[in-house]
Ligand binder design. Structure first.
Ligand code: CA
Length: 569
């Protein structure tokens, strides 16, 4: 592996020589500027990090990630603007919302020349590298060095794409017998030891594939949590009659089985109960046959299999970060490196009997976000300022002393990190938009805002062309009194004024971020049609619910597995 690594490095060294003429000034000031290590795991939800507390904190601690919180800052209100892999990565890289950067869904890409963070860091005299999961299709050509998984990549014996003589995608290195989390950490350590230009600070994006589904931990973790009954969220069992809306329940609850893939048997098209027994037989009783057990027992088996495999992947990440932090510490670089830890979105870990991300519900919309840089960021801060993934790049560029270009919609929160004080004119709403209507996990298209205290979700329920409609519906949650989002208050007369205010703010936020409906006009027409949600709209939504149920039952009868498709598939 090493010789191929050095071959790949030779490409970078050529780059250094070409770039070095203009970089002496930058190199001289490198001592005052931090290295920046941006660590992002895939689908690692905040509530699976012990520093965030919650039901998993005691049984599955993450001490190395927690260290960043103890010695730096933890954000309680960090949000992705579209809870799905490629779109979130595109937001971070460009500093733009997806309707501007064009990565609406899993077909999203960011072309060379537009990989803003790498370009600006490079222009400011940083040595740039991207190692691990990329998932943005095009070559990460704006980085000095890259070594990235193709697409989702493999958990075991992963292959990576590097720069080389052949066209993009054809120059590869392999790690036979290694787990991807170990391999990605090895690659980063090799680059830090052998690939560095000592005259420049570095900007390194270190991205794990884990704990993306279908979860596959390194074999050494197979016994971890084996004898533990994983604590369950109340909402796995109890769906409050006030949870959800016409959009997620259908008229008279007729769509409950068909909206959102499930842990247990609720969704007849896709559930962990359907998928996991053959995938992880060790997690189920010998000779397991669901017919031998009650519905509740089967759900509990599937939930435990799901969470154990997921948390074993998380454990692999935390252990590997211990290895990475130790190297930085031993080599005297820990304290002059600004370290960020985040996930590309959150993840539903059985809450409301949902799996996957995509939802605007809290566990999916929220991102873990921790920053350690002891030189200027005070330790032990827990911040409630609303930040979005479009802001991350601006913050890092600010610390680097790099220029934040006009194209960036996000804003730096460096002063907040250093002072603990939220700027007076800081935004009070996080914007959310999920476009991949009913693809893969049966989530309707939706849009909304999240304030520090409330969440307004509008399921308009159609695809890009305004088709494949599911019933529209609105949901309002009071996060101070109902943090697990069990009671939709949209129809509660006592909240009518708040609903009106938040709707107005949603419209204003759409204007602020430039989501003006011009990208997909037929979709926008549906969104506008049900905006008021008066009696006529509700009656029409009921009709759409009935029609959708009929359609879905016919699809199930025909054995269709993945019904809606998205761009690029
Ligand atoms: Ca992801």
């Amino acid at each position: 592996m090493k010789s191929r690594f050095i071959h790949a490095l030779s490409q970078i060294v050529t780059g250094f020589l070409l770039a070095s003429c203009g970089s002496f000034a930058a190199a001289q000031s490198a001592g005052q500027r931090p290295n920046i290590l941006y660590i992002m795991s895939d689908d690692h939800a905040a509530h699976a990090i012990s520093a965030y507390g919650g039901r998993l904190a005691q049984i599955a601690p993450t001490p190395n990630i927690d260290r960043l919180a103890n010695e730096g800052a933890l954000f309680e209100n960090a949000f992705c603007t579209n809870s799905i892999c490629s779109p979130s990565r595109a937001c971070v890289l460009t500093g733009q919302y997806d309707h501007i950067n064009g990565a609406f869904d899993l077909g999203g890409k960011v072309e060379p020349g537009k990989q803003m963070l790498a370009i600006q860091m490079g222009a400011a005299g940083y040595q740039t590298a991207m190692i691990g999961k990329w998932h943005l299709k095009s070559e990460p050509a704006d980085f000095d060095y890259y070594c990235v998984l193709p697409g989702q990549g493999k958990y075991h014996s992963p292959e990576f794409r590097v720069r080389g003589d052949k066209p993009w995608g054809k120059n590869t290195i392999e790690f036979p017998g290694k787990h991807s989390t170990d391999a990605i950490t090895d690659l980063t350590l090799e680059w830090l030891k052998q690939g560095r230009d000592p005259d420049k600070p570095f900007f390194l994006m270190h991205h794990y594939k884990a704990p993306h589904d279908y979860f596959d931990n390194a074999s050494r973790y197979e016994s971890y949590l084996a004898d533990v009954a994983i604590p369950e969220p109340d909402t796995l069992w109890h769906r409050d009659a006030l949870f959800g809306s016409m959009a997620t329940r259908g008229a008279d609850d007729e769509l409950i089985p068909h909206i959102g893939t499930s842990i247990g048997s609720r969704n007849p098209r896709r559930s962990y109960l359907m998928d996991l027994p053959s995938m992880y037989p060790n997690e189920f009783p010998t000779g397991y046959d669901p017919a031998d057990y009650s519905d509740q027992q089967n759900t509990r088996f599937a939930y435990n299999a799901y969470l154990k495999k997921y948390l074993r992947c998380v454990k692999g990440i935390d252990d590997n970060l211990g290895r990475l932090f130790k190297y930085l510490e031993d080599s005297g670089q820990l304290d002059n490196t600004l370290i960020v830890y985040t996930g590309d979105q959150g993840f539903m870990l059985g809450e409301h009997d949902y799996q996957d991300k995509r939802w605007m519900y809290e566990e999916s919309q929220r991102m873990p976000f921790l920053v350690r840089y002891p030189a200027t960021v005070p330790a032990g801060q827990r911040l409630d300022t609303i930040i979005e993934n479009v802001d991350y790049g601006a913050m890092m560029l600010d610390f680097a002393g790099a220029e934040i270009p006009e194209t960036v919609q996000g804003r730096s929160f460096r002063s907040l990190l250093e002072s603990g004080k939220e700027p007076d004119d800081w935004k009070q709403e996080a914007y959310y938009r999920y476009w991949m209507h009913m693809a893969h996990h049966d989530n309707p298209g939706h849009v909304g805002i999240r304030t520090k205290t409330h969440k307004l979700i509008y399921y308009y329920g159609c695809n890009y062309d305004g088709g494949y409609q599911t019933p529209a519906g609105w949901e309002l949650y009071d996060l101070q009194h109902d943090p697990h989002e069990t009671r939709n208050l949209y129809d509660d007369p006592q909240h009518a004024e708040l609903v009106a205010d938040l709707k107005k703010r949603l419209a204003e936020t759409r204007t602020r971020v430039g989501d003006d409906g011009s990208h997909y006009p037929e979709c926008e027409a549906v969104l506008q049609e049900f905006w008021d949600y008066d009696a006529a709209d509700q009656a029409k939504a009921r009709e759409i619910s009935h029609a959708f149920l009929k359609r879905r039952l016919a699809e199930l009868k025909a054995g269709k597995r993945n019904i809606q498709t998205v761009h690029g598939e």
